[in-house]
Design a protein around this ligand. Structure first.
Ligand code: DAH
Length: 342
């Protein structure tokens, strides 16, 4: 083997490297010529048999073989990698429509509760909380509900224990939060309490056994029906629009005296009468009144010193009116086609 052999082999090796059609063929050529068991180690091993004066030239040719074949491999690799990349992007169709992650939205019930909370916060109210499982005392007795009141019957209220006298129930309204707040804090008080309520109602378009209320309670030295009406009117305008008015109708609740039911003027027709307000111009919201002195007595607040107003409101009812939802069950079906509209 002499120097010329190496030079001839080098030309053949580089030609083969340049002809490699893909990365696998290129790697095979690299192993064949300059790999550990390839041609290069054979040249190196042959140096010892080369006559003295030619050794240097032979050694240089062997080094040249290694360097030039390696350079050819590197260059070819770059070309093949670029070709592979180009093929990949040619397969990508830039005209296909993109796929966007679906944007979530808050449930309409949550939205109403958040809006109502924000509005009452501007009047100095904070949010109070109470458990869904209540005692009959907090849910009824402390609210001055008589022992024989029909709402206490098993057919209206979910009791959690079988036998009377019952010890626990699923609260039928958010009013027991009033009791909890008045028992644990000292007046003046200004709270709202949004939350779930439960009644043994047969589900239809306007009733559900599980629904939401927002309770309000304001206790201070001097509180009148004018405060109640002013604050509810402010709330109604903030929530439904600046032209909405509030109307009180006398009513009875055991925990307030006097008691009213309150209506908002219809935000759709402005009170002229339309489908939403069933042509009356008014939409019934819920009940309110001045805290009954008997209730103050039951929670240990001196009725000679303190006065208060309280109100409730049905969250589903407000959501249905505000968003024009015709059936309460839509609010619980969790159908994305419905929920995505809010
Ligand atoms: N708790 C009553 C209900 O569920 C609503 C209500 C009426 C709450 C008058 C009040 C109130 O705080 O003063 O029907």
């Amino acid at each position: 083997m002499n120097t010329n052999d190496i030079i001839t082999q080098k030309a053949a090796a580089i030609a083969e490297v340049n002809a490699a059609g893909d990365l696998a063929a290129l790697e095979a050529a690299r192993v064949k010529f300059i790999g550990r068991n390839g041609l290069l180690p054979q040249f190196m091993a042959a140096i010892k048999d080369v006559p003295g004066p030619e050794k240097k030239e032979f050694g240089q040719a062997a080094n040249g073989f290694r360097n030039e074949v390696q350079a050819a491999v590197d260059a070819r690799k770059e070309i093949l990698a670029a070709q592979a990349e180009a093929a990949k992007s040619a397969a990508f169709d830039y005209t296909l429509p993109g796929s966007w992650p679906q944007l979530g939205s808050k449930h309409p019930i949550t939205q109403i509760i958040e809006r109502a909370t924000a509005i009452f916060r501007t009047l100095g109210f904070t949010v109070a909380d109470g458990p869904d499982i209540e005692s009959p005392f907090n849910n009824f007795d402390a609210l001055n509900v008589p022992a024989d009141h029909p709402s206490r019957a098993d057919k209206d209220t979910f009791y959690l224990d079988e036998k009377a006298p019952h010890e626990s129930l699923l609260r039928t309204h958010t009013s027991p939060v009033q009791i909890r707040v008045m028992q644990s804090r000292t007046p003046p008080l200004r709270i709202i309490a949004p939350g779930r309520c439960y009644r043994r109602d047969t589900t239809d378009a306007t009733h559900s056994a599980n629904f939401h209320q927002i309770e309000g309670l304001y206790v201070d030295r001097r509180v009148s029906m004018a405060d109640l009406k002013g604050d509810i009117s402010y709330f109604a305008k903030q929530l439904m629009g600046p032209d909405v008015k509030v109307r009180f109708r006398t009513h009875f609740f055991p925990f307030t005296e006097p008691s009213v039911e309150y209506d908002f003027s219809c935000h759709v027709c402005g009170g002229k009468g339309c489908r939403v307000c069933k042509h009356s111009g008014w939409i019934e919201i819920s009940g309110a009144g001045l805290v009954n002195p008997k209730v103050f007595g039951l929670v240990g607040i001196d009725p000679e010193q303190w006065q208060g107003y309280a109100f409730g409101m049905g969250v589903e009812r407000i959501a249905m009116i505000l968003y024009g939802i015709p059936d309460i069950r839509f609010l619980y079906d969790n159908d994305v086609r419905f929920l995505a509209q809010f």
